[in-house]
Ligand binder design. Structure first.
Ligand SMILES: Cc1cc2nc3c(=O)[nH]c(=O)nc-3n(C[C@H](O)[C@H](O)[C@H](O)COP(=O)(O)OP(=O)(O)OC[C@H]3O[C@@H](n4cnc5c(N)ncnc54)[C@H](O)[C@@H]3O)c2cc1C
Length: 463
C-alpha cells in the first residue's frame, strides 16, 4: 500500500523566502521538510552562488549578499530535498497533501505549509517571439549563473524592467558586450519622478543602481535606447533581425540573439491549483494571491516571497522569516512576546521595501494596449500555436472566460500549462468585453502543475 510521508511543516521553494523560513524554524528547534526543483539552494537570485566558473565581480553585490543565507541554510537542521518537484497539491483534513517527484514519485502530508515558490518572467507576446534565438533575459542569466555560459554573439536586449539592465551589465563584466539595449520605458518616466519626490526618495537605491548600470553600458559604447516600441523578431528558421520603433522611426538591426524581459510576476501554478483567491494588482500589473498582513492565505497555509507579490530578494527573505514566526505562533497556540517584537521589526522593514519597489513599478509600467496593437497572427500561446486573431475570434463567438477560451482554441493546454499565455488571454478578454481583470480571472489550474513522467509515477515509493 502507498502511504503518505508525514511532515509537521513543509516548505516549497529554496529561494531567499523558503531558505529564511527554514533557517528561522530550525533556530527554534522545528525542522521542516523543504522541496525545491533545483540541485542547489538559492532560488532565482542566488542560483549556484559561489560557482567558481563565474568571476566574483560579474554578478554584482545583490548576488553576493545571499552568501550568508545560503551558508546558514547549509548548517541548519532541515530535511532539504533538492531536485524535487511538487506536481500537485490538495487539501486533506486540516493540512495538505503533496505529490512530489524526487527521481520517483512520493506522497506527502503536511500539517502546515509555506509556499515560497517565487516568481517567473511575464509571458509577453510579440511577433517572432517563438523563433529560435529569442529567449528571455532570465533564461540567459540562468545559463550565466549555472554554467558561466556567454552567448558568443552580441545579443540585443529588449523589454522593460531592472533585469534587462542587470543582465546587460553582467554580460559587460563577463566580457560579452551587448549590441543594443531597447527599453520600452520612455525617458519622460524618469523626468516624471520629479513629480513623485517621495517615491523617488524611497526608491533611491534602485535609482542609483540603474543610473550606474546605464552609465557603465554607455561608457562601454553599448547604445541604450529608451521609449522604444513595436519590437519584432524576424527571420525564417531563427531570428535574423530585430525590428523596433524609436522616436517615430522604424529601424531594423541584424541579430542572431534577442533576449527579452517584461518584468516578473508571481509563479501562479501551485496557489492557483489550490483555488486560492487572487486579485489583480494594478501597480504590479499582476494577479496576486490574497494574503493577510501575516502572509496567511488559510489557517495553516502561508505564502512568502515573490510568489505573494513582487518585492525583491531582501523582502522575500524577510517574508520567509515572518512566515516562520507565524508558524511558530500557530504551533504554540498562543501569542508570544519575543515573536511579536521580532515580527514588528520585520513588518516595518517590509513596508519600507515595498514602498521602495513602487519606484520600479512606476518606471517600468508596461503599455496597457500592447497586445491589441500586435498583428493578428502574433502567437499568444506558443505551445499550441494559437494566434491573437484566433483568440479574438473565439471571444467573438462567445467564449466568455479564460477556461472557455482554452476549450475553444487549446491555448494554455501545452507543456507550459498556460504560464506564458494566461495573462495575455485575460488581458484580451478584459479589453474586448470591457471588464476589469478581476471579473475575467484566470485559467483553472489542475495537476500536474509540472511535467511528470508516467515512469516516475509508476515507480511511486512505498513506505
Ligand atoms: C528568471 C529570474 C531571474 C532573476 N534574477 C534576479 C537577479 O539577478 N537579481 C535580483 O535582484 N532579482 C532577480 N530576480 C528576482 C528575484 O529572483 C526574486 O526577487 C527573489 O529570488 C524572490 O525570492 P523567492 O524566495 O520568493 O523566490 P525564488 O528565488 O524564485 O525561489 C523559488 C524557488 O521555488 C522553487 N519552486 C517553484 N515551484 C516549485 C515546485 N512546484 N516544486 C518545487 N520547487 C519549486 C524554484 O525552483 C525556486 O528555487 C529574478 C527573477 C526571475 C524570475
Amino acid at each position: 500500500m502507498i502511504e503518505s510521508r508525514h511532515a509537521d511543516i513543509a516548505i516549497i521553494g529554496a529561494g531567499p523566502a523558503g531558505m529564511a523560513a527554514a533557517v528561522r524554524l530550525a533556530e527554534a528547534g522545528v525542522h521542516p521538510v523543504l522541496f525545491d526543483l533545483n540541485a542547489t539552494p538559492g532560488g532565482q537570485i542566488y542560483r549556484q552562488l559561489g560557482n567558481p566558473q563565474v568571476g566574483a565581480g560579474v554578478m554584482g553585490e545583490e548576488y553576493q549578499h545571499g552568501r550568508s543565507l545560503v551558508e546558514a541554510f547549509a548548517r541548519a537542521d532541515i530535511d532539504y530535498r533538492p531536485l524535487s518537484r511538487v506536481w500537485w497539491i490538495g487539501r486533506e483534513g486540516a493540512g495538505y497533501d503533496l505529490g512530489v517527484v524526487q527521481h520517483r514519485a512520493q506522497s506527502w502530508h503536511a500539517e502546515r505549509l509555506i509556499l515560497a515558490s517565487g516568481a517567473m518572467e511575464r509571458g509577453w507576446p510579440f511577433p517572432g517571439w517563438q523563433l529560435p534565438g529569442v529567449m528571455t533575459a532570465g533564461a540567459a542569466q540562468i545559463l550565466l549563473k549555472q554554467g558561466a555560459l556567454l552567448p558568443g554573439v552580441s545579443p540585443v536586449l529588449a523589454g522593460s524592467g531592472p533585469l534587462l539592465y542587470l543582465l546587460a551589465w553582467q554580460y559587460l563584466q563577463a566580457g560579452q558586450s551587448p549590441a543594443l539595449v531597447l527599453d520600452l520605458a520612455p525617458t519622460s518616466r524618469y523626468h516624471a519622478l520629479l513629480r513623485h519626490p517621495r517615491r523617488a526618495w524611497h526608491g533611491r537605491s534602485y535609482l542609483l543602481k540603474g543610473v550606474r548600470m546605464i552609465a557603465a553600458l554607455r561608457r562601454a559604447g553599448v547604445p541604450v535606447l529608451q521609449g522604444v516600441d513595436g519590437i519584432q523578431a524576424e527571420g525564417r528558421e531563427a531570428v535574423e533581425r530585430v525590428r523596433y520603433r524609436h522616436r517615430g522611426h522604424w529601424k531594423t538591426l541584424p541579430a542572431a540573439l534577442l533576449l527579452t524581459h517584461f518584468g516578473v510576476v508571481p509563479e501562479p501554478q501551485l496557489a492557483r491549483s489550490l483555488a486560492i483567491p487572487h486579485r489583480w494588482e494594478t501597480g504590479q500589473q499582476a494577479f496576486l494571491p490574497e494574503r493577510s498582513e501575516a502572509l496567511a492565505v488559510e489557517e495553516r497555509l502561508w505564502v512568502a516571497g515573490d510568489g505573494g507579490g513582487i518585492g525583491g530578494a531582501i523582502n522575500a527573505e524577510r517574508e520567509g522569516r515572518l512566515a516562520a514566526l507565524e508558524v511558530l505562533q500557530s504551533l504554540a497556540g498562543k501569542a508570544q512576546d519575543g515573536l511579536a517584537r521580532e515580527r514588528a521589526v520585520l513588518q516595518r522593514a517590509r513596508r519600507r521595501d515595498l514602498e521602495a519597489r513602487r519606484l520600479l513599478e512606476t518606471l517600468f509600467r508596461l503599455p496597457g494596449d500592447w497586445l491589441e496593437v500586435q498583428p493578428e497572427d502574433t502567437l499568444l500561446c506558443r505551445c499550441e500555436s494559437v494566434s491573437r486573431g484566433e483568440v479574438e475570434r473565439a471571444i467573438t463567438q462567445g467564449a466568455a472566460g479564460p477556461n472557455q477560451l482554452k476549450a475553444f482554441t487549446r491555448c494554455g493546454m501545452g507543456p507550459c500549462q498556460g504560464r506564458q499565455c494566461g495573462e495575455s488571454v485575460a488581458r484580451l478578454l478584459a479589453h474586448r468585453t470591457a471588464q476589469p481583470m478581476d471579473a475575467i480571472g484566470y485559467y483553472h489550474i489542475r495537476p500536474p502543475v509540472h511535467s511528470v513522467t508516467l515512469g516516475a509515477l509508476a515507480a511511486q515509493q512505498e513506505t
